[in-house]
Design a protein around this ligand. Structure first.
Ligand code: COA
Length: 257
């Protein structure tokens, strides 16, 4: 069904693996569209509680947009490439189900942007993050100038964006770019463990948290107002009835997807 990614649906987790190892999982346009389609499909699959995005092999998560593909683009094609890429990243960021990036190596350019669009990031010890686009004559085009400063602040963000330098996993952890660093062999199990934990929570509450947090960064939207609305809506859900009655009856809540 897909040419550039593989999908594994197991125990309520959909793992999307970018499968272009020989090209360090560089994100050509078709790959990005497949990731978008796979995230959308996972969102409408009631068997799926959470999503992992990772790269094939031990070397790269994704070494950026595919330079060989866009090198010949003109202004119109470059603009479309960026607009379409933004839509892909927004689809991930707005996923109603939590998305974890399992960063298994280079996450450069579009690879770093893909990781940043995910809700959480766990990196292997060999991971490297950077936005080297200035070496190619372009700024980042898939949301990197915005999400990097949101995640690590303007000072460090501008430093990475302007120098194009890459940082290792432990510096990324110190900067708050990743949530955790683990040995490569533990990466996917740790991501699954984290998503299993989230699977025990109210799915509708998780979706509401994601929406409220996203609205903080959305021009023209007021995240505080969204929070009031989403909190209110929650009182009409079966998750609310289940969560509160479980607490009052001193039992563990059993939420349904
Ligand atoms: N686009 C297209 N192809 C890419 C790529 C990218 N972003 N990143 C790596 N590749 C390809 C290489 O061209 C090479 O293909 P080939 O074997 O057909 O020549 C293959 O992947 C392996 O990469 P290579 O450069 O030989 O590996 P390396 O270990 O020497 O270096 C990197 C690894 C990540 C430092 C280097 O590949 C690199 O700088 N990539 C580009 C990073 C970048 O600028 N990303 C932002 C793009 S907007």
């Amino acid at each position: 069904m897909y040419n550039n990614i593989t999908i594994l649906n197991e125990n309520g987790i959909c793992t999307i693996t970018i499968n272009r190892e020989a090209k360090l999982n560089a994100l050509n346009i078709e790959t990005l569209q497949e990731i978008k389609a796979a995230v959308t499909a996972a969102n409408s699959d009631t068997q799926v509680g959470g999503i992992i995005i990772t790269g094939a092999g031990p070397k790269a998560f994704a070494a950026g947009a595919d330079i060989s593909e866009f090198a010949g683009f003109n202004v119109k094609q470059g603009t479309k490439m960026s607009a379409d890429g933004h839509e892909v990243m927004n689809t991930i960021e707005r996923s109603a189900k939590p998305v974890v990036a399992a960063v298994n190596g280079f996450a450069l350019g579009g690879g770093c942007e893909l990781a940043m669009a995910c809700h959480l990031r766990i990196a292997s010890e060999n991971a490297k993050f950077g936005q080297p686009e200035v070496n190619l004559g372009v700024p980042p085009g898939y949301g990197g100038t915005q999400r990097l400063i949101q995640l690590i602040g303007k000072s460090r963000g501008l430093e990475l964006l302007l120098t194009g330098d890459a940082i290792g996993a432990n510096v990324a952890l110190e900067y708050g770019l990743v949530n955790e660093v683990v040995p490569l062999e533990d990466l996917l199990p740790r991501c699954a463990e984290l998503l299993n934990k989230l699977a025990s929570k109210s799915p509708s509450a998780l979706t509401k948290v994601i929406k409220c947090v996203n609205d903080y960064y959305q021009d023209g939207l007021d995240g505080m107002k969204t929070e009031i609305e989403e909190f209110g809506h929650a009182f009409g859900t079966k998750d609310f009835k289940e969560g509160t009655s479980a607490f009052l009856n001193k039992r563990k809540a059993a939420f349904e997807r």
